[in-house]
Ligand binder design. Structure first.
Ligand SMILES: [Zn+2]
Ligand SMILES: [Zn+2]
Length: 357
């Protein structure tokens, strides 16, 4: 019995053969790479599946629910168990999807596939591929600073590590979450004392739940898109506090804080909020210029990605001799890794690269 069967039994479901297990591709020479670049995305020839493909494929392993990684239109999806509700909410209840627990091994074709916490958002995984003693790990998006909103990043030793590099420049160094939260609270209290509302622009998936869990009690309203993701987190057992959904017809109480996605910034609903201060929470806020261009009152640099020291820490912990760098600041990180004596190169993953900093 395969791992998926076992997982299904544990969940009390009728066991069905995993659509991933069955895929037995033709013999592949031992020297063939475990992952290759195809027009559709990163492909594992020996397993017959893709990882976070940007074009439609038969079998897609999805590292996490952000839009650039989890796209609609694939025939079969596989992701971490906690990501299933998120993917269904975003791509449709009808998608064919299997959930896998961290650390469980699924045999797919000639490859042993397992998922490991990436610490990025709920259900985010690094994907480990093993075949005849050779191990590759593809990081997906990852964050090394732990918090209560998702499983903490776990280093996985491998021969080849494929790393993202969204913030792969030495200028990116995050302050600890607690310190950024204290700054946010101070800003909120200051606005409330002046009789104003505070609007915190945040990505609806991941960052918003991280904020909601770390902010103190107070009048907090959430945009419907944020509320939808809050529910997915609660269903997975993460205690995201209940907050009223922001009703655009109703008056927003003075001193309230609204968690809203950046896309709502110029909406008519937002214009009705009344006297308010706006701030954006993102790693990109470490760049002053960006803050000015977005005409924001404030920016708070809190990211769901690793900063420069975090990237290097994760790469070191993988013990990989070969590192491939995907989306983000690719040349800078590749150059630095080569200087450290690693065999580093760029791997073009054109479909990835989000603003979800
Ligand atoms: Zn992401
Ligand atoms: Zn991404």
């Amino acid at each position: 019995m395969g791992e998926a069967h076992a997982a299904a039994l544990q969940l009390g479901q009728v066991p069905q053969p995993s659509s991933f297990e069955g895929a037995a591709p033709a013999f592949h020479p031992a020297r063939e790479a475990l992952l290759v670049r195809r027009p559709e995305g990163l492909h594992c020839p020996a397993g017959g599946f893709f990882i976070d493909p940007w074009q439609r494929v038969e079998r897609a392993v999805i590292t996490h629910g952000h839009a650039d990684h989890a796209r609609a239109g694939h025939t079969h999806y596989l992701t971490h168990r906690d990501g299933v509700a998120i993917l269904k909410a975003r791509l449709g209840e009808q998608i064919a999807i299997e959930g896998l627990d961290y650390g469980k091994v699924l045999r797919v074709g000639e490859v042993d596939l397992s998922l490991h916490p990436a610490g990025h958002i709920l259900g985010a995984s690094q994907v480990r591929l093993a075949r005849r003693g050779e191990v590759w790990v593809i990081s997906g998006d990852y964050r090394v600073e732990a918090d209560a909103s998702c499983a903490a990043f776990e280093p996985v030793e491998c021969d080849v590590f494929i790393s993202e590099s969204t913030f792969g420049l030495p200028i990116y160094r995050w302050e600890p979450q607690a310190r950024v939260m204290a700054q946010i609270v101070e800003w909120w209290q200051h606005n409330a004392a002046a009789g104003k509302c505070s609007v915190l622009y945040t990505y609806a998936l991941g960052k918003a739940q991280r904020l909601a869990m770390a902010l103190p009690e107070g009048p907090i309203l959430v945009h419907p898109a944020v509320d939808q993701m809050h529910r997915c987190y609660r269903r997975a057992g993460r205690p995201v506090p209940e907050s009223p959904v922001w009703d655009v017809q109703a008056r927003v109480p003075r001193g309230a804080l609204i968690l809203a996605p950046p896309a709502s910034a110029d909406s008519r609903a937002m214009a009705r909020v009344g006297e308010r201060e706006d701030a954006f929470v993102s790693g990109w806020m470490q760049l002053r210029g960006l803050r000015r261009r977005r005409a924001l009152d404030r920016g708070f640099a809190l990211s769901d990605h690793a900063d420069w020291p975090g990237l290097l820490q994760a790469i070191r912990a993988s013990a990989a001799q070969r590192v491939m760098v995907t989306h983000g600041q690719v040349p800078a990180l590749v150059r630095h890794l080569c200087e450290l004596g690693l065999e580093a190169s760029a791997l073009d993953a054109e479909g990835w690269g989000d603003e979800t900093g």
